[in-house]
Ligand binder design. Structure first.
Ligand code: ADP
Length: 682
């Protein structure tokens, strides 16, 4: 049945088992090879037909078993001893378990193909090869003599062609000389510096392979012998004038040319590309050296995610003006998806990384403490700034926070390339020194305040003691006069009068002490209240930064003149702000927010409003806040607000404490006459 069908096929169909013994031989095989099916069945196929190929049959069969199929042209002889060139296709059949069973061969006698069919096949291949070589200088070469040389080698027992060629460079040169250049296109003439075609056509190719490229010729022969379609490599060739050119060298070894021994060689000049590559390599090396040896920590980031996110979000709207307009969650998302792709040794040191790879992670890890820095960076970038820099803190891998000067530039090229470089300079030492100085100052100030308190206490004790003693004495005398059988009301009246005036003296002393706390004689000049408040917040900028306070300041528009003592009024603003910071810190508010506004009240008054988002004021104690020595803090002195009130009142104003309208935090306001009102004496 199978045989019957096989007999209907016009092509030779032969099946052989894994030992090579024929198990099926159809009618077309009978007519091609001249052996009857009876004569062929059970025989070794290759013995029967004397199958020949450039490579040993054993190698090809091994490859067939490995890959499952093979096709090519083999030499055979028929029953009458005729030589045949047969194009065969071998397919390995497997059983359901995947085990090889036998090999199915279809074969066509190449000579028997019609002339038209041969020509068509040739033209198709030519066309394909020309197409491949289109951008190239191409050569058509006759390799038939080389083929004979290879055949000779095989006949003399050489099986390892690559080894032989490697060991015998002279043979390779000889093979180059045996090549005959059949034709070249115009590009060959110009590329190889010829003036006429016949300087190249008709000759050999030994001249264009310099010694360092001869292996390329050998490899292309080996590729051809292995029946690869194509062989391509980059190499250097020599022009006729002896100059070297870098080329992409391609050999197409069309099977149907094999009969004629012709190959097509395409050569593309890549000298310029090579030079550009070398230049890039050199500049990359320079950059690399800089990158590695700078005493600055450098990191290269993959910016693609950030770029796409920014583009998606801000393509159709004006850039944000304020950092608060950029959602911190958006920044966190960017930080999670942006990776460091390279860091230099200094960066490893600064960020305490044991290995470079430990740092090639999403940069969120480094910005845990201060993601706002990245938010400000994004703000600067969106607003077209050339770069951004600030003193900030980064998180090292061991969990420590490091003070750094952080810098990033936004050159368009690096953004387009999708990477960017950030730099960090360790300013820990400087900051530590500064912090020590600040701490010393704070300690000094504290000591000064304590000393002042001691002094005040002593002077209060001293000065108040005296009227108190007098009051006690007068009181006791009063009682004595009253306890008499006949009280002397005249004496009592006089003594009571003394008690009152001594008490007044004591009150006067307290008032003087308060004035002393207000410290100095006032020096009134016209001042811009907006500027004054801004200056006061400027004093506290380190404090704001350290505690990461969000400060909102809204000045009044229009004139804001008051007649005031600059230092005293600043002291008021500073006191109110520091109280707010302390209250928010105590309650661990995050983020602490302080807003200061200057506003006009009617035509003559100016008001400063200081609001925080701390716990607010306790209604039970708020009536006493402005009293001297009232404090709810363990280390508090309780004179800050008292001094504020003295100062504000000395400026003809008033101060008030309360809670914010929304109940979330305290609100202190003080109101002063504006300059016109002050000078007109209101
Ligand atoms: P001290 O700050 O030394 O305690 P002050 O006179 O400045 O003295 O403040 C008196 C008290 O007022 C504080 O102890 C605190 O209880 C309260 N206080 C002042 N400002 C605020 C505020 N912004 N929020 C809550 N409580 C405040």
């Amino acid at each position: 049945m199978v045989d019957d069908i096989a007999d209907l096929i016009a092509e030779s169909l032969i099946v052989r088992d894994l030992r090579g013994h024929v198990t099926l031989w159809n009618r077309a095989s009978e007519s091609l090879y001249g052996f009857s099916s009876a004569a062929a069945l059970g025989r070794s196929l290759h013995e029967l037909l004397g199958t020949r190929h450039l490579f040993p049959m054993a190698d090809i069969e091994a490859r067939l078993l490995a890959v499952g199929s093979w096709e090519g042209e083999v030499g055979r002889h028929g029953a009458d001893g005729r030589d045949l060139s047969v194009e065969v296709r071998w397919t390995l059949r497997r059983d359901v378990g995947g085990m090889p069973v036998d090999i199915v061969e279809t074969g066509r006698n190449i000579a028997a193909l019609s002339a038209l069919e041969q020509e068509t096949r040739l033209a198709a291949h030519r066309y394909r090869n020309l197409f491949q070589a289109m951008a190239a200088a191409f050569w058509e070469m006759d390799f038939s003599r080389v083929r004979m040389m290879i055949g000779g080698l095989m006949a003399s027992g050489v099986t390892d062609l690559p080894r032989y060629m490697a060991d015998n460079p002279d043979w390779v040169v000889e093979a180059m000389r045996a090549v005959h250049v059949v034709d070249v296109n115009d590009k060959v003439i110009s590329l190889f510096g010829a003036s006429r075609r016949d300087e190249i056509v008709g000759g050999h190719v030994a001249w264009c392979f310099p010694p360092q490229s001869r292996h390329v010729f050998a490899e292309s022969l080996i590729a051809a012998a292995r029946r690869q379609d194509r062989y391509a490599t980059e190499t250097t060739l020599t022009r006729l004038d002896g100059r070297f050119i870098d080329v992409l060298f391609t050999v197409c070894w069309p099977e149907e040319h094999k009969g004629r021994g012709h190959v097509l060689v395409g050569v593309i000049d890549i000298t310029e590309r090579k030079q550009a590559e070398e230049e890039t390599r050199r500049s990359e090396r320079r950059y690399r050296e800089l990158f590695d040896h700078m005493p600055v920590a450098l990191g290269q980031l993959d910016m693609r995610y950030m770029n796409s996110q920014l583009a998606a979000r801000y393509a159709n709207q004006p850039p944000p003006r304020n950092e608060m307009d950029i959602d911190l969650n958006f920044i966190q998302d960017i930080l999670r998806s942006t990776k460091a792709i390279e860091v230099n040794p200094e960066a490893q040191r600064l960020f305490r990384a044991r290995r470079r790879e430990d740092m090639l992670i999403p940069i969120e890890r480094f910005w845990r403490t201060r993601p706002e820095t990245v938010r400000r960076t994004v703000l600067a970038r969106l607003n077209g700034e050339p770069g951004y820099s600030e003193e900030t803190k980064v998180d090292a891998l061991d969990g420590t926070q490091i003070d750094v000067l952080y810098t990033v530039a936004f050159p368009p090229s690096t953004w387009e390339r999708g990477t960017n470089i950030v730099a960090f300079i360790d300013i820990g030492d400087r900051i530590a020194a500064l912090a020590r100085v600040e701490q010393m100052q704070a300690e000094l100030a504290h000591a000064g305040r304590v000393a002042m308190l001691g002094e005040m206490a002593a002077s209060i004790a001293h000065e108040v003691n005296q009227p108190l003693a007098a009051i006690a004495t007068s009181g006791a005398a009063c009682l004595r006069w009253l306890n008499r059988a006949e009280p002397d009301l005249g004496e009592v009246r006089e003594l009571a009068g003394r008690v009152v005036s001594d008490a007044q003296r004591a009150a006067g002393i307290i008032a003087r002490v308060r004035d002393m706390a207000a410290n100095r004689r006032a020096d009134h000049v016209p001042l811009n209240l907006n500027e004054l408040v801004e200056e006061a917040t400027h004093f506290l900028r380190h404090e704001f930064q350290a505690r990461q306070v969000e400060l909102h300041f809204s000045p009044v528009s229009g004139p804001a003149l008051v007649s005031a003592d600059r230092i005293q009024l600043q002291q008021v603003v500073v006191n109110l702000a520091v109280n707010a910071l302390q209250a928010m810190a105590e309650a661990k508010i995050s983020p602490p927010r302080l807003s200061i506004a200057v506003m006009a009240v009617g035509a003559i008054w100016l008001r400063v409003v200081v609001e925080d988002n701390g716990p607010g004021l306790d209604p039970a104690t708020s009536p006493r806040l402005f009293e001297s020595f009232f404090t709810t803090k363990r280390e508090g002195l309780g004179i800050g607000l008292a001094v504020c009130r003295s100062i504000v009142e000395a400026h003809g104003g008033s101060i008030e404490a309360g809670n914010r309208a929304d109940g979330r935090g305290a609100r202190f306001t003080f109101t002063l006459p504006s300059v016109k009102a002050a000078t007109s004496g209101i």
